[in-house]
Design a protein around this ligand. Structure first.
Ligand code: NZQ
Ligand code: ZN
Length: 385
């Protein structure tokens, strides 16, 4: 296990009715920028509840609505402008990962003279951010408890992740009931995203980071158990609660600190979203089994077999390679059974941009569990067609 410093400054209020804690925003001043998406929070009544609590607490609320899934830099720029003009004290994002990510970069941009796109391309330029608060409404990205934000400039076909300790939320409210209204498509995609985050951390070259590995296997079991329940019974509290808490644990550092991870399926997927604006979790579900097949060799079979035995309860006695193949098949079948797309063509992608997408993705895959060249990535895209 490698050295690490573990620090999660985000206070979590988890469970039914925890939205009342929004009154705590008073600790950061008076003026709040409320950031939200296309209206799901209004339909679900979360907007009205939040506004009443904020107003009763004496807070003054400005709004930025209409943040897109795969949030655009244009929305960030609008938010930064409001923050600067209205001398906003803090940002409150209510929504899924897109809304929270947008809120994070707005908070950073409000404290900077840089063009916000520079803060996306050069995370080291983020030197401060307004306090960030979130109310999570979709279990997927883990943005509610991590330092990352992913922003797109679709005019340039660019989608990049940025990261900063300054962008870790100060407080997040996680009420599983708020995810009852999430559609089947987004529930499945969110579950695939959580699973992919765990995989990206689990498939590491650092040996003996066993605490991280055993945590990861437990979290994977949770996803494979509760994902289908949430799909069939959207208002099953335990399913929604377990997926929600898993989403945070998958990416808040507890699995990755000390395990030196370098993600690779995510950089490949981000190119699909950048060029085709597809749903992130669907792209991951399509690519993951193909990445696994590509990454499986004599040297990696043991790790895939561990996954098969400890997560899918495959027999201990069988040899590693056979168990590894079965584990990959279990993974593929799970995504299919969740109703997720299995080919790139299903989401409208053909080979037109494979070359440029692979070239860009390769830069993000350096040092990963199995190194991927541009040609390897093209091969994976082709297999996924
Ligand atoms: O816009 P609204 O009306 O809110 O509707 C959203 C959106 O259409 C809807 N939704 C959210 N909560 C709902 C709901 N619908 C009904 N009931 C609710 N309770 O769901 C749709 C998708 O929302 P979005 O926020 O885009 O989904 P998700 O949370 O999966 O976020 C995806 C974005 O996060 C990035 C992805 O690349 C993508 O841009 N990621 C962020 C990461 C991070 N910050 O750490 C890591 C991830 O790997 C990922 O890259
Ligand atoms: Zn993801």
């Amino acid at each position: 296990m490698n050295n690490f410093t573990y620090s999660i400054p985000t206070k979590i209020h988890f469970g039914k009715g925890q939205i009342t804690h929004l009154s705590e925003l008073r600790e950061s001043g008076e003026k709040v920028l409320l950031v939200y998406g296309g209206g799901s929070i209004k339909k679900a009544g979360i907007y009205d509840t939040a506004m009443k609590i904020l107003k009763d607490a004496g807070l003054c609320v400005s709004e930025l609505s209409g943040v897109e899934p795969n949030p655009r830099i244009e929305s960030v720029v609008k938010g930064v402008k409001i923050c600067k003009e209205e001398k906003i004290d803090m940002v409150l994002a209510i929504g899924g990962g897109s809304v929270i990510d947008c809120g994070k970069v707005i908070a950073a941009g409000a404290c900077s003279e840089e063009d916000p796109w520079e803060l996306v391309l050069h995370p080291e330029k983020i030197t401060a951010a307004l306090p960030i608060y979130s109310v999570l409404t979709l279990a997927a990205t883990g943005s509610e408890m991590d330092k990352f934000a992913v922003i797109s400039d679709l005019k340039k076909n660019e989608k990049w992740g940025t990261a900063s300790e300054h962008m870790k939320p100060k407080m997040s409210i996680m009420d599983p009931e708020y995810t009852y209204s999430v559609s089947k498509k987004q529930t499945a995609a969110g579950t695939a995203d959580i699973i992919s985050h765990i995989f990206e951390n689990y498939f590491t070259n650092v040996s003996n980071a066993d605490v991280q590995a055993r945590f990861a296997e437990g979290l994977l079991k949770n996803c494979f158990y509760y994902g289908p329940i949430a799909l069939e019974h959207p208002d099953d509290y335990d399913a929604r609660a377990n997926l929600m808490w898993t989403s945070s644990m998958a990416i808040n550092g507890i699995l990755s600190d000390g395990a030196e991870v370098a993600w690779c399926v995510h950089p490949m997927e981000h190119e699909l979203s950048a060029f085709y604006d597809i749903t992130h979790g669907e792209g991951l579900a399509i690519l993951t089994p193909h990445w696994m097949e590509f990454a499986l060799n004599e040297a990696t079979a043991k790790k895939f077999a561990d996954y098969g035995r400890n997560v899918w309860n495959l027999p201990m006695a069988e040899e590693n390679m056979e168990t590894a193949r079965k584990a990959i098949n279990c993974t593929r079948k799970f995504f299919r059974d969740m109703g997720l797309p299995t080919t790139l063509r299903e989401v409208g992608i053909d080979e037109t941009y494979f070359d440029i997408m692979a070239e860009k993705a390769a830069a993000g895959c350096r040092g990963s569990f199995v190194e991927l060249t541009k040609e390897d990535i093209i091969h994976i895209y082709e297999n996924a067609l």
